[in-house]
Design a protein. Structure first.
Length: 136
């Protein structure tokens, strides 16, 4: 009986070693699949993409902006562009910023919001417009 007991303990030890090895492999794969935060490599945003991102950053965390609100921020002086252009620019931003951990989501009937990566996204914020100087 001791021989069987010894063989059983050896098999358990071997299974634990395999289990530990598999856990380490899973941990390494999970690390590889995590979004890579911005690390100095430039991401070019067009002026309209920057305007959309800036508008999303102005919202309180977790709040949505309607397509109309975002359109007004992106095209303040223009009115002849189709409002669905907001969807196009949101898609472009997702492709560019998603791999860096910045998530833009939308909820039908509510609009868009910056769901994750708010702090990372601030580096692309549009600078505030300069105040108009008054000549004396």
């Amino acid at each position: 009986m001791t021989g069987t007991n010894h063989a059983l303990h050896a098999e358990i030890a071997q299974l634990r070693a395999v289990n530990d090895e598999l856990r380490e492999q899973v941990r390494q794969l999970e690390d590889l699949l995590k979004p890579v935060p911005f690390s100095g490599c430039p991401v070019h945003l067009t002026p309209k993409e920057t305007a959309l991102l800036s508008a999303l950053l102005q919202l309180p965390a977790g709040c949505y902006a309607s397509r109309d609100q975002l359109y007004s921020g992106m095209y303040p002086d223009e009115g002849d562009t189709d409002i669905k252009i907001v969807d196009v620019f949101a898609c472009k931003l997702r492709k560019k910023l998603g791999p860096r951990g910045i998530v833009i989501d939308n909820l039908w009937g509510r609009g868009y919001r910056l769901a994750e990566g708010r702090e990372l996204a601030k580096q692309w914020r549009q600078p505030p417009a300069p105040e108009a100087s008054v000549a004396a």
